[in-house]
Ligand binder design. Structure first.
Ligand SMILES: [Zn+2]
Length: 314
Protein backbone atom coordinates (compact mmCIF):
# COMPACT_ATOMS: atom_id res chain seq x y z
CA UNK A 1 0.00 0.00 0.00
CA UNK A 2 1.24 3.44 -0.90
CA UNK A 3 0.57 5.92 1.89
CA UNK A 4 -0.70 9.02 0.16
CA UNK A 5 -1.96 12.38 1.33
CA UNK A 6 -3.94 14.14 -1.36
CA UNK A 7 -5.02 17.76 -1.32
CA UNK A 8 -8.52 17.66 -2.82
CA UNK A 9 -10.40 20.59 -4.36
CA UNK A 10 -14.09 20.44 -5.21
CA UNK A 11 -14.88 23.53 -7.27
CA UNK A 12 -18.43 24.58 -8.01
CA UNK A 13 -20.06 27.78 -9.14
CA UNK A 14 -20.87 28.87 -5.59
CA UNK A 15 -18.33 27.13 -3.35
CA UNK A 16 -14.76 25.83 -3.35
CA UNK A 17 -14.19 23.00 -0.85
CA UNK A 18 -10.74 21.73 0.05
CA UNK A 19 -9.67 18.76 2.13
CA UNK A 20 -6.77 16.46 2.87
CA UNK A 21 -7.59 12.82 2.17
CA UNK A 22 -5.53 9.79 3.09
CA UNK A 23 -5.10 6.54 1.15
CA UNK A 24 -8.13 4.93 2.83
CA UNK A 25 -10.42 7.81 1.83
CA UNK A 26 -10.53 9.40 5.26
CA UNK A 27 -11.02 13.17 5.08
CA UNK A 28 -8.56 14.66 7.59
CA UNK A 29 -9.41 18.33 7.13
CA UNK A 30 -12.19 20.27 5.44
CA UNK A 31 -12.61 23.92 4.66
CA UNK A 32 -14.47 25.97 2.10
CA UNK A 33 -14.92 29.47 0.75
CA UNK A 34 -17.32 31.14 -1.69
CA UNK A 35 -16.12 30.76 -5.29
CA UNK A 36 -16.76 34.40 -6.28
CA UNK A 37 -15.16 33.72 -9.64
CA UNK A 38 -16.02 37.24 -10.81
CA UNK A 39 -13.08 38.42 -8.69
CA UNK A 40 -10.91 36.87 -11.40
CA UNK A 41 -8.82 33.75 -11.70
CA UNK A 42 -5.56 35.01 -10.08
CA UNK A 43 -7.53 35.96 -6.96
CA UNK A 44 -9.23 32.54 -6.89
CA UNK A 45 -5.93 30.70 -7.31
CA UNK A 46 -4.36 32.71 -4.48
CA UNK A 47 -7.23 31.83 -2.16
CA UNK A 48 -7.06 28.14 -3.10
CA UNK A 49 -3.31 28.05 -2.42
CA UNK A 50 -3.78 29.75 0.94
CA UNK A 51 -6.57 27.35 1.96
CA UNK A 52 -4.56 24.27 1.03
CA UNK A 53 -1.42 25.56 2.79
CA UNK A 54 -3.46 26.13 5.94
CA UNK A 55 -5.01 22.62 5.63
CA UNK A 56 -1.59 20.99 5.21
CA UNK A 57 -0.29 22.78 8.29
CA UNK A 58 -3.36 21.85 10.32
CA UNK A 59 -3.17 18.16 9.33
CA UNK A 60 0.61 18.09 9.86
CA UNK A 61 1.18 16.00 6.71
CA UNK A 62 3.30 16.11 3.60
CA UNK A 63 1.31 16.34 0.39
CA UNK A 64 1.69 13.54 -2.17
CA UNK A 65 -0.35 15.30 -4.82
CA UNK A 66 -3.41 17.41 -5.58
CA UNK A 67 -6.65 16.26 -7.20
CA UNK A 68 -9.38 18.58 -8.51
CA UNK A 69 -12.98 18.05 -9.49
CA UNK A 70 -14.21 21.20 -11.24
CA UNK A 71 -17.48 22.22 -12.80
CA UNK A 72 -16.79 21.94 -16.52
CA UNK A 73 -15.83 21.98 -19.24
CA UNK A 74 -12.17 21.66 -18.36
CA UNK A 75 -9.19 20.23 -20.23
CA UNK A 76 -8.00 17.33 -18.06
CA UNK A 77 -4.60 17.13 -19.76
CA UNK A 78 -3.49 20.76 -19.98
CA UNK A 79 -5.21 21.49 -16.67
CA UNK A 80 -6.79 24.64 -18.11
CA UNK A 81 -10.33 25.85 -17.53
CA UNK A 82 -12.28 26.22 -20.76
CA UNK A 83 -15.38 28.39 -21.10
CA UNK A 84 -17.09 27.40 -17.88
CA UNK A 85 -20.52 29.07 -17.74
CA UNK A 86 -20.69 28.75 -13.97
CA UNK A 87 -17.23 30.29 -13.38
CA UNK A 88 -17.38 33.71 -15.04
CA UNK A 89 -14.00 35.42 -14.77
CA UNK A 90 -12.01 32.19 -14.66
CA UNK A 91 -12.11 31.38 -18.39
CA UNK A 92 -8.77 30.02 -19.60
CA UNK A 93 -7.35 29.89 -16.06
CA UNK A 94 -4.24 27.68 -15.77
CA UNK A 95 -5.40 25.92 -12.62
CA UNK A 96 -3.29 22.76 -12.66
CA UNK A 97 -0.03 24.54 -13.62
CA UNK A 98 -0.67 27.20 -10.95
CA UNK A 99 -1.15 24.66 -8.14
CA UNK A 100 1.72 22.46 -9.35
CA UNK A 101 4.07 25.44 -9.24
CA UNK A 102 2.90 26.51 -5.78
CA UNK A 103 3.16 23.06 -4.15
CA UNK A 104 5.71 21.18 -6.27
CA UNK A 105 3.59 17.99 -6.46
CA UNK A 106 1.71 16.26 -9.33
CA UNK A 107 -1.75 17.76 -9.90
CA UNK A 108 -4.67 16.28 -11.85
CA UNK A 109 -8.08 17.74 -12.71
CA UNK A 110 -11.30 16.31 -14.11
CA UNK A 111 -14.82 17.49 -14.72
CA UNK A 112 -16.79 17.24 -11.45
CA UNK A 113 -19.09 14.44 -12.67
CA UNK A 114 -16.06 12.37 -13.66
CA UNK A 115 -14.45 13.10 -10.30
CA UNK A 116 -17.57 12.08 -8.38
CA UNK A 117 -17.79 8.88 -10.42
CA UNK A 118 -14.19 8.02 -9.55
CA UNK A 119 -14.92 8.63 -5.85
CA UNK A 120 -18.07 6.49 -5.85
CA UNK A 121 -16.30 3.76 -7.83
CA UNK A 122 -13.48 3.48 -5.31
CA UNK A 123 -15.04 4.30 -1.97
CA UNK A 124 -18.80 4.33 -2.54
CA UNK A 125 -21.73 2.65 -4.28
CA UNK A 126 -19.76 1.73 -7.40
CA UNK A 127 -17.14 -0.42 -5.70
CA UNK A 128 -16.70 -3.65 -7.67
CA UNK A 129 -18.85 -2.66 -10.67
CA UNK A 130 -17.02 -3.35 -13.94
CA UNK A 131 -19.21 -1.11 -16.10
CA UNK A 132 -20.25 1.77 -13.91
CA UNK A 133 -22.26 4.89 -14.69
CA UNK A 134 -22.54 7.73 -12.22
CA UNK A 135 -25.37 10.21 -12.73
CA UNK A 136 -25.68 13.40 -10.71
CA UNK A 137 -29.05 15.15 -10.77
CA UNK A 138 -29.10 18.62 -9.28
CA UNK A 139 -28.95 22.05 -10.91
CA UNK A 140 -27.94 20.12 -14.03
CA UNK A 141 -27.47 16.48 -14.96
CA UNK A 142 -23.93 15.12 -15.25
CA UNK A 143 -22.94 11.60 -16.24
CA UNK A 144 -19.66 9.71 -16.20
CA UNK A 145 -18.83 6.22 -17.41
CA UNK A 146 -16.07 4.01 -16.01
CA UNK A 147 -15.03 0.64 -17.34
CA UNK A 148 -12.83 -1.44 -15.02
CA UNK A 149 -12.24 1.73 -12.99
CA UNK A 150 -10.97 3.69 -16.00
CA UNK A 151 -12.73 6.84 -17.09
CA UNK A 152 -14.16 6.90 -20.59
CA UNK A 153 -12.94 9.96 -22.50
CA UNK A 154 -14.03 11.45 -25.80
CA UNK A 155 -11.78 12.89 -28.49
CA UNK A 156 -9.07 15.23 -27.14
CA UNK A 157 -9.93 14.13 -23.61
CA UNK A 158 -13.43 15.59 -23.82
CA UNK A 159 -16.13 14.69 -21.32
CA UNK A 160 -19.28 13.31 -22.97
CA UNK A 161 -22.28 15.41 -21.92
CA UNK A 162 -24.94 12.77 -21.48
CA UNK A 163 -27.10 15.18 -19.48
CA UNK A 164 -27.77 16.76 -22.88
CA UNK A 165 -29.01 13.73 -24.77
CA UNK A 166 -32.29 14.66 -26.44
CA UNK A 167 -35.25 13.08 -24.67
CA UNK A 168 -38.08 14.97 -26.37
CA UNK A 169 -37.17 16.60 -29.69
CA UNK A 170 -40.41 18.61 -29.61
CA UNK A 171 -39.66 20.24 -26.27
CA UNK A 172 -38.22 23.77 -25.80
CA UNK A 173 -34.56 24.38 -26.67
CA UNK A 174 -31.99 24.00 -23.87
CA UNK A 175 -29.14 26.51 -23.36
CA UNK A 176 -26.86 24.01 -25.14
CA UNK A 177 -28.81 24.49 -28.38
CA UNK A 178 -30.64 21.14 -28.53
CA UNK A 179 -34.36 20.74 -27.82
CA UNK A 180 -35.70 18.70 -24.91
CA UNK A 181 -32.40 17.67 -23.30
CA UNK A 182 -32.55 15.29 -20.37
CA UNK A 183 -31.22 18.08 -18.13
CA UNK A 184 -33.88 20.52 -19.31
CA UNK A 185 -36.60 17.97 -18.42
CA UNK A 186 -35.35 16.23 -15.27
CA UNK A 187 -32.95 18.53 -13.37
CA UNK A 188 -33.93 20.36 -10.18
CA UNK A 189 -34.77 23.63 -11.97
CA UNK A 190 -36.80 21.64 -14.55
CA UNK A 191 -38.91 20.14 -11.76
CA UNK A 192 -39.53 23.58 -10.26
CA UNK A 193 -40.39 25.09 -13.67
CA UNK A 194 -42.91 22.35 -14.36
CA UNK A 195 -44.33 22.51 -10.84
CA UNK A 196 -45.01 26.22 -11.30
CA UNK A 197 -47.38 25.36 -14.17
CA UNK A 198 -49.24 22.63 -12.27
CA UNK A 199 -50.45 24.48 -9.20
CA UNK A 200 -53.27 27.01 -9.10
CA UNK A 201 -51.90 30.53 -9.52
CA UNK A 202 -51.84 32.31 -6.17
CA UNK A 203 -51.55 29.12 -4.09
CA UNK A 204 -47.89 29.82 -3.42
CA UNK A 205 -45.89 33.05 -3.23
CA UNK A 206 -43.03 33.49 -5.72
CA UNK A 207 -40.16 31.20 -4.76
CA UNK A 208 -42.21 29.41 -2.10
CA UNK A 209 -42.70 26.21 -4.09
CA UNK A 210 -39.21 24.78 -3.62
CA UNK A 211 -38.20 21.18 -4.28
CA UNK A 212 -38.40 20.49 -0.55
CA UNK A 213 -41.92 21.94 -0.33
CA UNK A 214 -42.98 19.94 -3.38
CA UNK A 215 -41.76 16.69 -1.83
CA UNK A 216 -43.56 17.43 1.44
CA UNK A 217 -46.78 18.01 -0.53
CA UNK A 218 -46.31 14.76 -2.45
CA UNK A 219 -45.77 12.84 0.78
CA UNK A 220 -49.04 14.34 2.03
CA UNK A 221 -50.80 13.06 -1.10
CA UNK A 222 -51.29 16.39 -2.91
CA UNK A 223 -52.45 15.42 -6.45
CA UNK A 224 -50.59 18.24 -8.24
CA UNK A 225 -47.33 17.42 -6.44
CA UNK A 226 -47.75 13.72 -7.19
CA UNK A 227 -48.26 14.54 -10.87
CA UNK A 228 -45.04 16.57 -10.92
CA UNK A 229 -43.08 13.71 -9.35
CA UNK A 230 -44.67 11.17 -11.68
CA UNK A 231 -43.34 13.28 -14.55
CA UNK A 232 -39.94 13.44 -12.85
CA UNK A 233 -39.82 9.65 -12.49
CA UNK A 234 -40.78 9.27 -16.11
CA UNK A 235 -38.17 11.65 -17.55
CA UNK A 236 -35.46 10.42 -15.21
CA UNK A 237 -36.34 6.91 -16.33
CA UNK A 238 -36.25 7.75 -20.05
CA UNK A 239 -32.72 9.15 -19.70
CA UNK A 240 -31.59 6.19 -17.62
CA UNK A 241 -33.17 3.81 -20.14
CA UNK A 242 -31.08 5.43 -22.88
CA UNK A 243 -27.96 4.86 -20.78
CA UNK A 244 -28.89 1.23 -20.10
CA UNK A 245 -29.54 0.58 -23.80
CA UNK A 246 -26.27 2.29 -24.78
CA UNK A 247 -23.88 0.86 -22.19
CA UNK A 248 -25.48 -2.29 -20.71
CA UNK A 249 -23.94 -1.33 -17.35
CA UNK A 250 -23.72 -3.43 -14.19
CA UNK A 251 -24.58 -0.45 -12.06
CA UNK A 252 -25.86 3.09 -12.30
CA UNK A 253 -25.38 5.14 -9.13
CA UNK A 254 -27.47 8.28 -8.75
CA UNK A 255 -26.29 11.27 -6.73
CA UNK A 256 -26.96 15.01 -6.51
CA UNK A 257 -29.47 17.10 -4.57
CA UNK A 258 -32.59 15.93 -6.44
CA UNK A 259 -31.86 12.30 -5.53
CA UNK A 260 -32.32 13.09 -1.85
CA UNK A 261 -36.03 12.71 -2.68
CA UNK A 262 -35.53 9.57 -4.79
CA UNK A 263 -38.05 7.57 -2.75
CA UNK A 264 -40.76 9.67 -4.39
CA UNK A 265 -39.90 8.87 -8.02
CA UNK A 266 -37.13 6.28 -8.42
CA UNK A 267 -39.50 3.28 -8.62
CA UNK A 268 -41.26 4.98 -11.55
CA UNK A 269 -37.88 5.48 -13.26
CA UNK A 270 -37.00 1.80 -12.77
CA UNK A 271 -40.36 0.86 -14.29
CA UNK A 272 -39.56 2.92 -17.41
CA UNK A 273 -36.20 1.13 -17.74
CA UNK A 274 -37.89 -2.27 -17.55
CA UNK A 275 -40.48 -1.21 -20.11
CA UNK A 276 -38.11 0.44 -22.63
CA UNK A 277 -34.91 -1.63 -22.44
CA UNK A 278 -36.05 -4.89 -23.96
CA UNK A 279 -33.07 -5.62 -26.22
CA UNK A 280 -30.39 -5.56 -23.52
CA UNK A 281 -30.00 -7.31 -20.16
CA UNK A 282 -31.68 -4.44 -18.29
CA UNK A 283 -32.44 -6.69 -15.32
CA UNK A 284 -28.68 -6.90 -14.77
CA UNK A 285 -28.36 -3.11 -14.60
CA UNK A 286 -28.72 -2.22 -10.95
CA UNK A 287 -29.94 1.33 -10.29
CA UNK A 288 -28.82 2.47 -6.84
CA UNK A 289 -28.25 5.65 -4.90
CA UNK A 290 -24.73 7.05 -4.55
CA UNK A 291 -23.41 6.47 -1.05
CA UNK A 292 -20.77 9.10 -0.31
CA UNK A 293 -23.27 11.93 0.18
CA UNK A 294 -21.73 15.29 0.98
CA UNK A 295 -18.23 13.76 0.79
CA UNK A 296 -18.57 12.82 -2.89
CA UNK A 297 -16.88 15.99 -4.15
CA UNK A 298 -13.75 15.75 -2.00
CA UNK A 299 -13.46 11.96 -2.22
CA UNK A 300 -13.86 12.24 -5.98
CA UNK A 301 -11.20 14.93 -6.26
CA UNK A 302 -8.75 12.72 -4.36
CA UNK A 303 -9.56 9.83 -6.66
CA UNK A 304 -8.84 12.06 -9.67
CA UNK A 305 -5.22 12.07 -8.49
CA UNK A 306 -5.17 8.30 -7.84
CA UNK A 307 -6.78 7.57 -11.21
CA UNK A 308 -4.12 9.63 -13.01
CA UNK A 309 -0.97 8.96 -10.98
CA UNK A 310 -1.63 6.12 -8.53
CA UNK A 311 -1.39 2.41 -9.20
CA UNK A 312 -5.12 1.94 -8.61
CA UNK A 313 -4.53 -0.42 -5.68
CA UNK A 314 -3.41 2.05 -3.03
ZN1 LIG B 1 -28.93 20.75 -23.35
Amino acid sequence: MIESMIGAFDIGGTKIAVGIIDAQGRILTRSACPTESERGFPDGLRRMIAMLRESVARAGVELTGIGIGCTGPVDPFTGMLLTVETLPGWQGGALVPGLAEAFGVPVAMENDADAAALGEARWGAGAGAKRFLYVTVGTGIGVAFLQDGVLYRGVDGSHPEMGHIVIDAGAPVCYCGAPGCWESLASGPAIERWAATRFDPGRFAAGELTGRKLCALAEAGDPAALAVLERQGYYLGVGLANLVTTFCPDLIALGGGVMQSAHLFLDRARQVIRQYCTLVPADRAEVALASLGADTGLAGAAQVWHHRFGNGKD
